[in-house]
Design a protein around this ligand. Structure first.
Ligand code: HEM
Length: 388
């Protein structure tokens, strides 16, 4: 289904240009206050729902709310209908991202035959266009009524609609690509992380105590001074890529690679699972070990541009000119959430509910099975800093 949306994007070349324009460093700088605000909402939710560490909670529900909010600023309650619909669509989408559950995108001739997979894909496509097209319309109505809608991706798209010559279908496709590309993926990463090992949390807490202290939360500008947390974020991405494999692409001409002849129009898929678990690049790949990245201060975008591809940190966002245009915003969201969760809480497993990270949820997207943890405030000051 991502290929389905991506192909619609590719078919309309201006969409790629627009996604890059809305999601580049300069544009993301204008949304960082939104990301800060929503990370703050997420911490409050974790504190309140977790009853200040006394009650177990499922962190993914809160994370999902955060990522959805950060892009649209539409909802003010975790029970909001839009969040429920979007969660449902996201789950269906993630079930469509592997060669098994989405054979039609990997074996193209099947697209000519009506299978339950293609009808499932068409159904999902309709749901996405209706939901996110409607969401854009709602914001447009609010803006037309003179409401001062805060800056967000949806607002930027509406303001640019006329100048860029976008029709309603363009707007719905773009909004769907932003939301579906960025919500469940980011929420899944956050959930994986919240099961992180106690000794890794202890090292991160020591770094935060030393660099930030207890009186305020780290800001995105502190990232360069927190190398261990930077390394945790990279290791989460290597170990817990939300997709088993890259998005299928086609070769546009014959070429040779490592002695193999790849013919024009052949499907090429980045085997991210194997690349992330290659012991030659990542010794003991099954071990979650942030120290392997401790001397790597690059951002994902910088790493993706390295001349020697073997030195790249991970392949979670794909590669080359179709690489995920949302990686800068995703990286910001993921860093803020992980750094703030670590600053606020000690995340503890519940002895009677052991977490098995080898068990995956659903058919294909690499989300862990739902689990509950306790988020225990690290310090008496946390409630005060969160203004609770
Ligand atoms: C953890 C978070 C994310 C992951 C793992 C992820 C991963 C990916 C991957 C693997 C692709 C396909 C790249 C290819 O074709 O080779 C992709 C495409 C895309 N992503 Fe992301 N993404 C994430 C977050 C986001 C966010 C936050 C946004 C937007 C706000 C976004 C928007 C898009 C769009 C629009 C495309 C289609 C681009 C095109 O085909 O031209 N993604 N993403």
């Amino acid at each position: 289904m991502l290929p389905h949306l991506a192909n619609e994007l590719a078919g309309r070349r201006k969409h790629r240009h627009l996604t890059t324009q809305y999601l580049n460093y300069r544009a993301v700088d204008t949304y960082t206050h939104v990301l800060d605000f929503e990370a703050d909402v997420l911490m409050k939710e974790l504190f309140i729902q977790g009853n200040a560490g006394a009650s177990p909670l499922n962190p993914q529900v809160c994370s999902f709310f955060f990522t959805e909010e950060a892009l649209t600023l539409l909802t003010d309650s975790i029970k909001d209908e839009l969040v429920k619909t979007a969660l449902h669509l996201s789950c269906k989408f993630m079930n469509c991202t592997s060669p098994i559950s989405n054979l039609v995108d990997f074996v193209p001739f099947l697209q000519k035959i009506l299978t339950f997979m293609s009808s499932h894909g068409h159904h999902l496509h309709g749901g996405l266009m209706g939901t996110y097209g409607g969401l854009i319309k709602d914001i447009e109505v609010r803006m037309n009524c003179g409401e001062d809608v805060p800056d967000c991706l949806a607002k930027s798209m509406i303001l640019a609609q006329e100048e860029e010559g976008l029709d309603d279908k363009d707007m719905a496709i773009l909004a769907s690509a932003f939301m579906i590309g960025g919500v469940e993926t980011t929420a899944a990463i956050m959930q994986w992380f919240s099961a992180a090992y106690p000794e890794i949390q202890a090292k991160a807490h020591a770094e935060l105590d030393c660099v930030i202290g207890q009186d305020c939360m780290p800001s995105i500008d502190d990232e360069k001074n927190l190398p261990y947390i930077h390394a945790i974020v990279k290791e989460v991405k290597r170990c817990h890529n939300p997709f088993w494999l890259g998005t299928p692409h086609f070769s546009t001409e014959d070429f040779r690679y490592n002695g193999y002849l790849i013919l024009k129009d052949i499907m090429v898929v980045l085997n991210t699972y194997t690349m992330h678990n290659d012991p030659a690049c990542h010794p003991e790949p099954e071990t979650f070990n942030p120290d392997r990245y401790i001397n790597n201060s690059t951002t994902s975008a910088e790493s993706a541009n390295l001349a020697n591809a073997n030195e790249q940190d991970h392949w979670m966002f794909g590669a080359s000119h179709r690489i995920c245009p949302g990686m800068i915003v995703a990286e910001c969201e993921i860093w803020l959430t992980i750094a703030w969760m670590l600053w606020c809480f000690r995340m503890e497993a519940i002895p009677s509910e052991p977490i098995d990270l080898k068990e995956y949820n659903r058919l294909s997207g690499c989300s862990p099975m739902p689990f509950r943890i306790k988020c225990i405030p690290c310090d008496d000051n946390i409630a005060k800093v969160l203004e609770l």
